[in-house]
Write a protein that binds this ligand. Structure first.
Ligand SMILES: C[S@@+](CC[C@H](N)C(=O)[O-])C[C@H]1O[C@@H](n2cnc3c(N)ncnc32)[C@H](O)[C@@H]1O
Length: 466
């Protein structure tokens, strides 16, 4: 039986959120490192001791955050466990190797498309038809890669911004259609009815004429939510809002995070900058041409046409039938450093969802035990929706707490086996650690390029018993 999805955000999961922002014990991460299945992946043996490679901690400024992290990572060895361990360059460390449609828009904490591609090929290569799910869908990396591989998928995410990022690529029109649609849109012919309050917030970033063009496009998109060509154009515009090159609509700013207007004003003063007029349509067209230069196989749109998009709490995927999903590839949130609302204020404004962002009971945890309680419920729910024999791959990053590396994949493995709703159990099958060869320095413990991020994918593979 299919139950209806609960989208009453205010009432869902509130208890999990209470007071979680205080006393964080989890560390920082930035997962976006985009990566291709490597035919020559060389798995290592279970429980092996990892030997750090590359220059040691001495290369970092003593006492710096980077040096401290390096020290912690080099002191840790992976403990043997009952769960088989695979370590290797499972997919390439080279950037942006997959279809450019993945990179239409950036998203904090997204994983590389090579990660879902690796597991889709591993578990579904003998299947003509299969259903893939990402319960923490983000910008839609898993579902887009599933569609590229010819499988339909379900995207679930509580954030309306993430939902839009996934949904806007449900049908990707060809470039000729998009050019035609863009041509029809009148953005500069009249001043928009942007409110004084919004104008004040946007003024530090954009020239007045640019503000009106963006606002006109916003209004058109909000008035026509079912126009797929317009949605794709709006998605492209969303990705061009602010950044540090002339391809963006804004004066020099950060590309991934929307900084607050006052901070932008300060930057402008410091750099002596005044926002210049940036023609919105021409920048959208340029970006669309780049992203669609490599034609999409018609099977993409066929598979995507059967996608579903949900806004449920991942612990209660009540829009999804029991035992209906073949594969889950996902990465849950696991730190309280990401302020989704503040960091995304301009995207939320552009999509008209600012009010909804206030209400979101996103899983933001201060303490490991709370994260584990949440994940236990989520894994139970993954177990319910998986078909017997189906797999779930849960990717986590490396988290440092005090002087300890917390191995979240191990923390999850230790929760298993778990009885699942609707009968049956899920068991831990494997831990896969993607060890990447970075140009600066890396092994799966010591990744020091930019140091604050998670440069290693650590995945727990679980299976619903058949
Ligand atoms: C690490 S990101 C996933 C990124 C994704 N793998 C990608 O490549 O874009 C985690 C996502 O979980 C969503 N999220 C947080 N708490 C949630 C919850 N309780 N239920 C469903 N989604 C949630 C956030 O909005 C965020 O988009």
């Amino acid at each position: 039986m299919v139950r209806k999805c609960n989208t009453d955000f205010a009432s869902v999961n509130r208890s999990l959120q209470a007071g979680l922002r205080k006393g964080n014990e989890l560390g920082a991460t930035a997962r976006e490192l985009d990566s291709d299945i490597s035919a020559e992946a060389k798995p290592s043996r279970k429980g092996m001791k990892l030997k750090p490679t590359g220059p040691g901690p001495g290369k970092r400024a003593p006492g710096s955050r980077a040096a401290k992290k390096e020290q912690i990572l080099s002191d840790n060895t992976y403990k043997a466990s009952d769960v088989p361990l695979t370590i290797g360059e499972l997919w390439t460390s080279r950037q942006r190797q997959m279809h450019p449609i993945h990179y239409t828009v950036s998203y904090r904490a997204s994983f590389k498309p090579e990660l879902p591609d690796y597991f889709i090929k591993r578990y579904l290569s003998d299947k003509k038809k299969a259903l893939v799910l990402d319960p923490f869908g983000g910008r839609g990396t898993t579902i887009i890669q599933s569609n590229l591989n010819g499988f339909s998928a379900i995207h679930n995410d509580l954030s309306p911004i993430a939902s839009f990022l996934g949904r806007a690529r449900r049908r990707i029109p060809d470039l000729a259609e998009l050019e035609l649609r863009l041509d029809e849109i009148q953005l500069s012919s009249k001043k928009s009815n942007v409110s004084d309050e919004d104008f004040l917030r946007l003024e530090p970033f954009f020239h007045e004429k640019t503000i009106h063009e963006i606002h006109n496009l916003r209004q058109m998109h909000l008035d026509n939510p079912d126009d797929s060509a317009l949605s794709y154009i709006a998605l492209t515009a969303l990705s061009r809002l602010h950044g540090h090159s002339d391809g963006f609509f804004s004066v020099y700013s950060f590309p991934q995070i929307s900084i607050m207007p006052d901070a932008q004003r300060k930057n402008n003063r410091k750099r002596g900058l005044t926002p210049e007029y940036k023609a919105v349509k021409e920048r959208i067209l340029k970006k669309m041409k780049r992203d669609l230069a490599q034609p999409l196989h018609p099977s993409f749109n066929r598979a995507a046409a059967n996608n579903r998009y949900l806004s449920c709490d991942a612990t209660d995927l009540n829009g999804i039938e029991t035992s209906s999903v073949d594969l889950i590839v996902t990465s849950p949130p696991f730190l309280d450093k990401v302020d989704y609302k503040k960091d995304n204020w301009m995207r939320a404004w552009f999509l008209g969802v600012e009010d909804r962002m206030d209400e979101l009971p996103l899983a933001i945890f201060a303490r490991l035990e709370q994260w584990k309680d949440f994940m236990r419920e989520a894994i139970r729910e993954f177990g319910r929706v998986l078909r017997p024999g189906g797999h779930a791959v849960i990717e986590v990053g490396e988290v440092i707490s005090g002087n300890q590396l917390i191995l979240l994949e191990r923390e999850m493995a230790e929760m298993l086996p778990l009885e699942v709703r609707g009968g049956g159990r899920v068991v831990a099958r494997e831990i896969c650690i993607n060890q990447q060869e970075f140009t600066k320095l890396a092994n799966c413990w010591k990744v020091t390029n930019n140091s604050r991020g998670t440069n290693t994918n650590r995945c727990l593979v679980i299976q619903k018993e058949g």
